[in-house]
Design a protein around this ligand. Sequence first.
Ligand code: 5AD
Ligand code: SF4
Length: 440
Amino acid sequence: MSAPKKLFIKTYGCQMNVYDSERMAEALGGEGYVETKSPDDADMILLNTCHIREKAAEKVYSELGRFKGLKAEKPDLKIGVAGCVAQAEGQEIMRRQPLVDLVVGPQSYHRLPEMEAKAREGEKVLDTDFPEEDKFEKLKNRPKAKRGPTAFLTVQEGCDKFCAFCVVPYTRGAEVSRPADRILREAQDLVERGVREITLLGQNVNAYHGAGANGDMTLAQLIWELDKVDGLERIRFTTSHPNDMQDDLIEAHGTCAKLMPYLHLPVQAGSDKILKRMNRAHTAESYLRLIERIRAARPDILISGDFIVGFPEETEADFQATLDLVEEVKYGTAYSFKYSTRPGTPAAERPQVDPKEADDRLQRLQALLTKQQREVQDSMVGRDVTVLFEKAGRFPGQMVGKSDYLHAVHVADCDRAIGNLARVRILSSGANSLAGALID
Ligand code: 5AD
Ligand code: SF4
């Protein structure tokens, strides 16, 4: 038997890319590839890229440049670019960086085995189609390997919202939901392989409307079906749009014990003028009222968000409105970004904010968000939470896991195995994690 070929995948960007990289590794696993942690001994290198901000996209080219020496030493090495930069730039990638053999967009991963075979024959291959078929169905020839206790599962992809700053509707395409039975089968399979917590993924996950036995299902209905899967202990989902936060999903946060008290609900900005220009189709007030309703259903829910500062024509007063909104919501965690011009999006044509001013705003917003995050984390001290253990800690006998609220928790003298859940009393709060002790 010939030695297995080695595959090195580097993943940039969001959790959906992490999921997609796993699927690509499985697809190429069927072609005799095993994963390696180092590009140096790889027969194939795949960069699974992100196009959301300029910096993310540029990283790809600098990374590719670094493989020049490797390819010179090893002419059989194949280099591929996958993900959203592949979708957005296509052929341009091979023109800018001739050492690339293969460019594959996010909707074509199921065609990777054929593409790899062509690349092996010396062809340059590109596929950035948006085919009709369900790529995940075609990617099923996976080995039944054991998995860690947490996993991502894509249920919805693409976006029809067209926020004025965002490339996702162009790179990931129109919103598509996977049928419920396929998701449930995949969830069952994950649980059989050791998974205890599943995070449902979608660029607009709460717009989910996949086919079910009796017509289209909502995300909440899908969650209730997953609730019935024995051995699955926790359900999360990300990322949601405020306008798709339907009543049954809010209610599920109060009534579904497996649905975790954590919600990532990006608002982007606090000024109605900017929200309108962002084409967000909600106001600061409607977002705040929505948060109130969610907290009425689940008072202890931890709210997370995304923010953009320095969007075209944002004034100091507009920015102040963002700070005011943050003060009101009190975020448990948040991601904040300086606006990055994306060619082809509507906002790219508009008058830009002075970059120094935008930097200054980002720092001020991050200072406030960090303070809130710390306060919310500190407020856990003295409380009892459930922890799902994910790995051993740095010290003998120590285990690390995540609480229901997604805080990292360290537990000393812990006799529980990876994949176990236990009640833990939180004793202290550190820079980025909590420490606690087993209760029983
Ligand atoms: N510039 C800065 N941040 C952006 N995001 C999306 N597009 C841009 C952009 N052009 C942010 C949004 C989104 C998150 C995934 O990335 O906050 O919610
Ligand atoms: Fe991008 Fe999210 Fe807006 Fe869709 S809803 S365009 S993914 S920011």
